[in-house]
Ligand binder design. Sequence first.
Ligand SMILES: Nc1nc2c(ncn2[C@@H]2O[C@H](COP(=O)(O)OP(=O)(O)OP(=O)(O)O)[C@@H](O)[C@H]2O)c(=O)[nH]1
Ligand SMILES: [Mg+2]
Length: 269
Amino acid sequence: MERKQNLAEIKRRLEKRRTNSEIVRFLEFKGIEKSLASEIYDACDDHTIIQLNGAIAKRIISRSGFTFTPGKSKRIALVGPTGVGKTTTLLKLASRYQKEGKTVALLTLDDVKGGALEQIQQYSKKWNIPLCSTVESAGPVDLLLIDTGGCNYYLPDRIDQLGERLAAIDEIEIHLTLSATTKEVDLYGAIYQFSALNPASLIFTKLDETLAPGVLVNICAKMAIPISYIAFGYPLPGELQPADPEEIAHKILVDLNHENYHFIRQLSI
Ligand SMILES: Nc1nc2c(ncn2[C@@H]2O[C@H](COP(=O)(O)OP(=O)(O)OP(=O)(O)O)[C@@H](O)[C@H]2O)c(=O)[nH]1
Ligand SMILES: [Mg+2]
């Protein structure tokens, strides 16, 4: 009888360990590093999606909730690596704040990319948001949104040059835009290199283009800088939200979870 009970106990423990490793592996698949995935697992009793969601959100909370305050810090510049979605996100922000009744103007300092001006001009006309050629000509708006050219962050001279241009603008607040699809090591590279510009927050784009958005949890654990917005799609003006921990956790646990995507993830290990 006792032997039977022992066997049942061993079976129960093995089953628990199997479930444990499956959930931890799932969180790892989703981009959360192993030690954090184990911590998240250990923080839950019955490992329902709701519990896991809460445990992930808890790890993000201390680094989220940064909000722009138009009218207070009136000049906001988005900086970041090439092609991460700076201009698109700037336009999404412009539309968002305009809809909230704020007066908004746009400015581009991007003289690197051909067509950069036209990209902004198109929406400036469509949404009736003034596009200024200088900071001074923006006049007294609630929010001046400043686009910048993409920088190869492993060429620090480019960042220094951009920093000099931005430092000449009074009361500017700089935000570092990053794509959630970038390799994790290069995200740390970008955060480290762009720290020379003292960014106030991180904005993550392209959460719709990765099976591993859990990288945001790793960044929250390692970096002191808060996340202000997440973007997850290119249609303008939508697909931009303030960085809500529960929402990010939901994106990690629920979005892009179709079985075909499980198969794709299996290919990567
Ligand atoms: N799927 C997806 N695509 C996005 C998102 N944000 C931007 N894009 C797309 O990414 C591409 C680059 O966007 P841009 O806004 O031009 O990027 P950028 O950082 O300004 O690029 P550079 O100025 O060249 O450095 C475009 O095709 C956008 O439509 C997003 O959140 N999700
Ligand atoms: Mg751009």
